[in-house]
Design a protein around this ligand. Sequence first.
Ligand code: NAD
Length: 520
Amino acid sequence: MTTQTQEATRYPVGGSSLITVRCPADGRAVGTVPDMTPAQVHEVAAGLRSAQLEWEDLGPAGRAKHIRRFLDWVFDNEDRLIGIMQEETGKSWGDAAVETAVVVDTINYYTQHAAGFLADRRVKRWGPTALTKNLRIFTRPHQLVGIITPWNGPLATPIIDGIPALMAGAAVLFKPSEVTPLTWTEATRGWIDEVKAPPVMACVTGGGATGAAVVDEVDMIQFTGSTATGRKIAARAGERLIPHSVELGGKDAMIVLDDADLDRATSGAVWGGLWNSGQICVSVERIYVQDKVYDEFVRKLTGKVKGLRQGMDPDGSYATEIGAMATERQLQIVERHVTDAVERGASPVTGGKRTSEGLFFEPTVLTDVDHSMLCMREETFGPTLPVMKVRDEEEAIRLANDSPYGLAASVWSGSAERADRVARRLETGAVNINSALTATMLLVLPMGGWKSSGVGGRNGGAAGILKFCRQQAIVSERFRLKSEPFWYPYVPRTSRLQARLMRLVGAHDWRRRLGLRGRK
Ligand code: NAD
């Protein structure tokens, strides 16, 4: 296993205390970063602002060159980056390795498409005012974008928003989680010291206070994390009147109908619910299975979960599937949900407890669950699969929608029409049919939570980059006119004629068009 002790000294550290990062698998200290003060955040932000204009002037093609070189650097350092990530998260090697795939996909997508997404746009005329005008939209980035991220995806989460923000021409101030700051600190060092790209991305480290200082510095804030923190950030962004996009928690439901392919559905549940030890916002958190196939589903699911290997496996070995929980606090939430469920009558068919060493929680299948239990109502963010029997589609939809969250869901059925019918009635920002987690990985589709799962969204083709931009409406002359029809002075005859024309063109029936009815 790679041992990395990171002393993050790239940015001003005077006066900061240090945060020690520990490996969840064995408690080893694997690095330290400064707990940066608001004054230090301000200093970093000022540096980014001074570099931004030159970056914007490079244009999409110029910016893409640097970002592609950064991708080369990620490829050249892939195992080392996965090693750092594994040490600070306790993930299995395979789970950690998926994050570099996200880097590749995101960089290639936005570097190829940004020029088209950001190009000046001509707009089709509408209305009498536009008759004499040319209409266009210019796009300019927000100068400084802040990106605050949680601990579950230390490489992938900064990337999925950071790359479109950089490609838009913004400078980006990142604040990774204090639990897992090492991977992104190293990625930022690579950008500056090894890729020698312009100093338009920086990483400040620290806890909530450092994050709050980021919100106070930037022109647009992109936040990924818990709903509780998201509310605070949205409130502060509202006070500052800066745009914000907050991607928050979820309680994703999986609905298995009686015509589903149960082999596929159970494999999907295992991966969709237990990938990254269930510590992913769009994880399958609760499963509703139609009564006719319930027993067979539980039997197949349990068999597959029992076959999983747990632990933090050696570099490049792909020897385990399920890694550790990132923090003791998160592990305790999982324990509390399982204990609560069992006390209220649920049965842990497999798993159900923490292991003796490290922050591992056994992959767990719970049956006999209902909505009185925490595991069906609150975000667990752990390796648990609670399965509930339902009568029919109606009951499944009602229970799936019985949640304050609305991030994503999945529907499993042999009938495309039936699956669509159920999907349309789910109150979530995405629905995967016969798959799990997939919509989140598709940059061409929007990813945004409904209800308490977020405001705004990410990805979605052009929308994924335009959210980091300001749009400028440009109205220019189509003909050279001395005056405009509505300009002063009012001339009674002309103004009356204009009013008649407005009726003629704008009313929906002939009597009103001709002024024969509708006047009081
Ligand atoms: P968290 O809200 O505790 O922390 C997230 C980040 O916010 C950290 O960097 C933290 O330091 C920072 N922060 C804390 N208080 C702050 C404040 N007042 N102002 C500014 N920044 C502040 O979340 P977490 O426990 O790290 O992550 C787990 C949560 O993230 C889960 O709820 C999960 O569902 C959610 N999540 C959502 C998505 C999504 O795309 N919807 C993706 C991944 C994780």
